[in-house]
Design a protein around this ligand. Structure first.
Ligand SMILES: Cc1cc2nc3c(=O)[nH]c(=O)nc-3n(C[C@H](O)[C@H](O)[C@H](O)COP(=O)(O)OP(=O)(O)OC[C@H]3O[C@@H](n4cnc5c(N)ncnc54)[C@H](O)[C@@H]3O)c2cc1C
Length: 411
């Protein structure tokens, strides 16, 4: 019998298990992951940015967790010798109509207590000589890291704390009994007193298995990237972002210097016909039917059909992708771009057609379900892990003998 079973070995599941182990050193903790590696899905396919928190609504979870997460991620990397680089980023307006949006972002940055400054096109050029813009913001606290490495370190620490980690173990059913929750998996049964669902692209389905009601469905949005040819890397020193469309939670295609020195451009945001569909041709009937029969999707599509069509064109046309990038760096040519990895975002969508903007964590009797953890959740992973543990602390369950904090454990 376990005290805590965490479903999903992405950065959120692993961070939660690590924090639970630190909070309850005597608890029996298990992490169940269906793939053969940790961080196989969203966490292993992202941009690797340690976000600062400029974009997010002041007071919301994203704003608070990202700001704190930026610092805790850097501290974690320092403590565990993980390569990172706080290189800062520029956000630039390229036409007059974007100036009010840039001003809004500046104000948001200030409200979120960040060090953000307005910079002139000449100052932008000092940081990024190849960018053409009419105004910019500089956010020095943004950085880069490899989140697979961070996740692997979380897994190592869980093991050191005595936690158990199972790969190739997919949870297929949850059965509640009088004194436990039984997880039926592809590797047999695991009985636990408490479940934490961190299943990312499948979090709504796992929530349903656990009889929780997130009131939202996961809709997968693929983000495709190109890489600049090595001889063109000189065009980008740090991170270069456009002013994003305020109606979407995505940041617009941008340039990211990766921690390995390569430069990635993207990601776009196209509806994926498979939840874990990394190729344009990937298709899964169940995933497709679920989206197509969900009224929320059609409400969203009706409102944003133009943007959706533009995204599809940009997905299939390298020239169209290059044109988006040329708004930031006119020298970039389609032939400088080589297709590279893609990632699929788990974005929760409500029945009314509204994308869930903030992180969404739903509690049930013996479970907690992370139902929306898109970007900047990797940056915020330590803080989200702490928030989940805070939801558990104080429950009756946490008072029982095995997992009770000893006086020495209490911070
Ligand atoms: C293209 C892209 C770019 C991004 N860029 C950034 C960025 O630069 N900075 C940032 O902070 N964030 C970024 N994000 C967001 C960030 O990557 C995610 O928010 C974060 O990785 C979510 O972690 P997770 O653990 O919730 O999900 P995941 O990493 O997807 O992990 C969920 C895990 O659950 C497992 N699972 C699912 N169902 C089951 C089951 N039934 N049984 C067992 N296991 C199961 C899956 O196999 C998976 O490993 C980006 C995301 C994408 C897609």
């Amino acid at each position: 019998m376990y005290d805590f079973a965490i479903i999903g070995g992405g950065i959120i599941g692993l961070s939660t298990a690590m924090t639970l182990g630190q909070t309850y050193p005597r608890a029996k903790i298990v992490v169940l992951e269906k793939e053969s590696q940790w961080a196989f899905h969203q966490t292993g396919h992202n941009s690797g940015v340690i976000h600062s928190g400029v974009y997010y609504k002041p007071g919301g979870f994203k704003a608070r967790f990202c700001r704190a997460g930026n610092q805790s991620m850097v501290a974690f990397c320092q403590q565990h010798n993980i390569d990172y680089n706080i290189c800062g980023k520029v956000l630039v307006a390229v036409e007059e109509s974007e100036l009010p949006l840039l001003e809004n972002l500046y104000q948001r940055g200030l409200k979120n207590d960040l060090n953000v400054s307005k910079i002139s096109p000449a100052q932008v050029k000092e940081i990024e000589p190849h960018v053409r813009c009419i105004a910019g913001l500089h956010v020095p606290s943004t950085g880069i890291v490899n989140y697979r490495q961070v996740s692997q370190k979380y897994a190592d620490l869980i093991r050191l704390q005595g936690g158990e980690l199972y790969l190739n173990t997919k949870v297929v059913k949850i059965v509640s009994t009088t004194n436990s929750e039984v997880l039926e998996t592809t590797q047999g049964e695991f009985a636990t007193r408490f479940i934490i669902n961190c299943a990312g692209l499948h979090s709504d389905r796992v929530a349903k298995l656990g009889k929780a009601k997130p009131n939202a469905k996961i809709v997968p949005f693929r983000g495709e990237y190109y890489e600049l040819k090595p001889e063109k890397r000189y065009l980008v020193n740090t991170l270069i972002y456009p002013v994003p469309n305020p109606d979407f939670p995505f940041l617009g295609v941008h340039f990211t210097k990766m921690i390995d020195g390569s430069v990635h451009a993207g990601p776009n945001a196209v509806l994926s016909l498979k939840r874990e569909g990394y190729q344009k041709t990937d298709f899964n009937l169940r995933d497709f039917v679920e989206v197509m029969t969900y009224p929320g999707f059609w409400r969203l599509a009706a409102k944003h059909s133009d943007e959706g069509i533009q995204e599809i064109i940009r997905s299939f046309s390298k020239e169209a992708f290059a044109r988006s990038l040329q708004r930031l760096i006119p020298e970039v040519q389609a032939e400088d771009l080589v297709p590279t990895h893609a990632g699929v975002r788990a974005q929760a969508l409500k029945n009314n057609g509204k994308l869930v903007d903030d992180f969404l964590i739903v509690s049930n009797k013996n479970s907690v379900h992370v139902c929306n953890a898109p970007s900047p959740a990797a940056t915020s992973s330590i803080e989200i892990g702490k928030a989940i543990v805070d939801k558990i602390v104080g429950r009756d369950l946490a008072q029982t003998s095995t997992i009770q904090k000893t006086p020495a454990d209490v911070p």
